[in-house]
Design a protein around this ligand. Structure first.
Ligand code: UDP
Length: 236
């Protein structure tokens, strides 16, 4: 079954017989506000695995490099082993969440220009926002890696904006993590893309189809994620 390598808020990672391959298990736990708000939702692991699988398949079809290999059960995927670059990359198309607060803008304002932000992955420091100079100074990535990460993040944004748009959904913002393949050091998209890590709004009504329904006590999380999955399944 493999050895537990790491347990995060929403996933567990296990080793496999292949040193270059890991097994990811999606959990039913939901957390918000740095773990201060917690709950378990029956079916959440299955839903996020299914949604994330769909998204990784679409990215693969567009030749965007990811760590994804295959989905092996309702809650599990096999992925390539990577060294995670300790940067959370947030891509924003529409103002929401922390950007609304930081810049005093109304949630829902169309940015007109996609914004890419970097946050240093550090629980102790509370993931502070950094720029390229900080990342270079603390040696968490090279200039070439940062350029490649930004390029891939924008390419992922284009593909996902199109996918969600077909389902009548706005891709407001999302968080990505990148890793370096153990074998070659090449930068690939890692971690997950799911309603836990994206803001997704119905195009017409702006109904929220993401973890904000849990963060802000708006609606039932599994029902919301189920709705999102059916809308994605209806288009691809
Ligand atoms: N996000 C995430 N993990 C984090 C922080 C943010 O997945 O640790 C996602 C979040 O779901 C949203 C986007 O990144 O889609 C931007 O989040 P924001 O900076 O607005 O922070 P928040 O309002 O969620 O605290």
């Amino acid at each position: 079954m493999g050895e537990l390598l790491y347990e995060g808020k929403a996933k567990k990672m296990f080793t496999t017989d292949d040193p270059f391959v890991l097994r990811v298990e999606y959990k039913n736990d939901a957390t918000a506000f740095n773990g201060q708000k917690k709950a378990k939702f029956e079916g959440k692991g299955r839903l996020n695995n299914a949604i994330c699988t769909k998204i990784f398949h679409v990215l693969q079809q567009k030749n965007l490099p990811t760590h994804y290999l295959e989905t092996i059960s309702e809650t599990e995927q096999l992925v390539k082993s990577v060294d995670i670059v300790p940067i959370e990359v947030v891509v924003r198309n529409i103002v929401a969440g922390s950007l609304a607060k930081r810049l005093g803008l109304d949630e829902g304002t169309d940015l007109g220009k996609t914004i890419v932000e970097f946050y240093y992955k550090s629980d102790d420091l509370g993931d502070p926002m950094i720029n390229d100079d900080h990342a270079l100074a603390i040696k968490i990535a090279t200039e070439e890696e940062l350029t490649e990460i930004r390029r891939q993040a924008l390419a992922v944004n284009k593909v996902l904006q199109e996918l969600f748009s077909e389902a009548g959904i706005l891709l407001v913002d999302f968080k990505l993590e990148f890793g370096k393949l153990k074998e070659t050091g090449a930068i690939v998209l890692a971690d997950e893309i799911s309603p836990d890590t994206c803001r997704l709004w119905d195009k017409e009504t702006h109904e929220k189809l993401d973890k904000d329904v849990f963060r802000r006590n708006i609606a039932d999380l599994p029902e919301t994620y189920e709705k999102l999955l059916s809308r994605l399944e209806a288009v691809r």
